[in-house]
Design a protein around this ligand. Structure first.
Ligand code: SAH
Length: 504
């Protein structure tokens, strides 16, 4: 049994990339993760999938687990010899009750470390385009609890000093007390016209910002139904948002995108879309499975690789499955012999690089017709061509090459299957009607999407269907679905740009 330790980790305000490197390392090492309401669940992707996850989150006024019980729980897990990652929203010591947990750990003799985090007090305003200090506007700021009972006789907050002595005031947990906060500040001399803002769910793709004034704040909370969690920023710096806004005006901000791809490929598209402000939900509709002929055709081709003049790759999956099998069969890249290699597009070519190989030929148009045209000058009667590809694929390439007199061996390198576990999530999202855009990156993503939600075509129709190219768009039309965007550069970058352009 290892030696137990508890890491009190600041999880940051929401954007997973605002976790510190040290926090990430501790999270990766953890056997047990104890998570909060405000610690973004996306951080769990950094954790060991085998780690135990315990949610102790609380909603305002509705404690899921008492603080004493949480402190006891992490102490117990530490005593069992576990590495515990206690994830706390923002910074653990900024109204995070981190101190209370440490006192319990000390009492029980459990080692601990504190990993500071990016506090929402600063980060939420920053993502709203509000710097907490700014030359000539604000030279000081204070972070204050907004949770104090307004009927309390003796306030522990020095209102008289704060009101006139600090330029920017940042209240946490203050949404429902905004009226009392404003009254106190105004009473001690702060003008009712002082600019103020609520930043709700700051740094997240669904961040909301409400600009107001000190005098109007409480009314705005009521009228606009502003709910926690939000920071309440008071001070002239709020005006700077007009010029400095950068996050919630990105082209895809506020858009919810369902990214349908195979699990291993989704992340690049997601990263691109998120950098444009979108909220991405990855619903892998395709997973790659062993070929249905149990590698018979692929192995046959691999055994006589040296005889081929050309090897054609039409997808990244094709490349990976081919090389994985090549190595499993005991060969390496030398087995490719003198064969030339053609790829359908640059992404497929890039997928070859890790195997020490690059394409000799890329078409101008990244689709089967384009590849066929590019190969035409190369193919003579009797040219031997090997084509490892998906089980279900368009026949146009093989047929076209045969028509030119080539000798084509088609091998099944993989087959695509529907992801069962995605089915439920997809149906929920479509029922909610909360999806704005669905990305479709091959015709099989279209077929599988429809197969996973066959009675939800109307809901799918309400989303903008973003297709990587004309073949994928045609697959949509087969179901009476109208593509909203069709990229003319058939790559992930092309698709991302086309979506951004369409949303502008
Ligand atoms: N330790 C946390 C604060 C915990 S107190 C930190 O350093 O950020 C809880 C309060 O934090 C909430 O009521 C809200 O005021 C604020 N908060 C936390 N995350 C937030 C977010 N993403 N956006 C806006 N406010 C947030």
């Amino acid at each position: 049994m290892g030696k137990g330790i508890v890491y009190l980790i600041g999880a940051g305000p929401g954007d997973p990339e605002l976790l510190t490197l040290k926090g990430k390392r501790c999270l990766e090492a953890a056997d047990v993760i104890v998570g909060d309401y405000l610690a973004d669940h996306r951080l769990l992707s950094f954790a060991n999938p085998k780690a135990e996850y315990i949610y102790v989150g609380k909603m305002c006024g509705n404690h899921a687990m008492k603080q004493e019980d949480i402190s006891r729980l992490i102490a117990e897990k530490g005593k069992e010899g576990k590495v515990v990652a206690r994830l706390k929203g923002g910074d653990p010591f900024v109204f995070g009750r981190g101190g209370e947990e440490i006192l319990e750990l000390k009492k029980e003799g459990v080692p601990y470390e504190v990993v500071p985090g990016v506090t929402s007090a600063i980060a939420a305003p920053a993502y709203a385009g509000i710097p907490v200090t700014h030359r000539k506007v604000a030279a000081s700021f204070a972070v204050i609890t907004g949770h104090e009972d307004p009927t309390k006789k003796e306030s522990s907050i020095h209102w008289e000093k704060l009101a006139g002595g600090v330029d920017t005031l940042i209240f946490l947990m203050g949404v429902h007390q905004a009226g009392a906060i404003a009254a106190n500040l105004i009473r001690y001399g702060r003008s009712a016209d002082t600019p103020a803002a609520f930043v709700r769910w700051g740094t997240r793709p669904y961040q909301e910002v409400y600009e107001t004034t000190l005098g109007r704040a409480a009314e705005d909370v009521k009228e606009k139904h502003i709910q926690p969690p939000a920071v309440f920023v008071v001070g002239d710096v709020v005006k700077l948002r007009e010029d400095m806004r950068w996050f919630d005006n990105k082209p895809l901000f506020g858009k919810r995108v369902v990214v349908t791809r195979s699990r291993s490929q989704a992340s690049r598209l997601t990263k691109h879309l998120e950098s444009l402000g979108a909220e991405c939900i990855e619903i892998p509709v395709i997973s790659i499975a062993e070929p249905s002929d149990h590698f018979a055709s692929l192995d046959a081709g691999i055994r006589k690789l040296g005889e081929y003049d050309w090897i054609l790759f039409t997808s990244q999956n094709g490349v990976d499955c081919f090389f994985r099998r090549l190595y499993a069969d005991g060969f390496d890249a030398r087995a490719l012999g003198h064969a030339k290699i053609a790829c359908i597009g640059p992404a497929t070519d890039l997928a070859l690089r890790p195997y020490g190989v690059h394409a000799d030929l890329l078409p101008e148009e990244y689709k089967a017709e384009g590849l066929l045209a590019a190969l035409e000058p190369e193919v003579r009667p009797g040219t031997k061509i090997f084509l490892p590809r998906a089980k279900v694929a368009r026949e146009i390439l093989a047929d076209g090459l045969r028509a030119m007199g080539a000798n084509v061996d088609v091998a099944e390198a993989y087959c695509t299957v529907c992801e069962e576990e995605s089915r439920q999530r997809l149906n929920e999202l479509l029922d909610e009607g909360s999806v704005d855009i669905i990305t479709l990156t091959s015709s099989s993503t279209v077929h599988n999407l429809v197969a996973m939600a066959p009675d939800k075509l109307d809901a799918i129709r309400k989303c903008m269907l973003a297709c990587i190219g004309p073949i994928t768009a045609d697959a949509c039309r087969e179901y009476g679905l109208t593509p909203g965007v069709v990229s003319d550069v058939y790559t992930i970058d092309g698709l991302t740009e086309a979506i951004a352009a369409a949303e502008q």
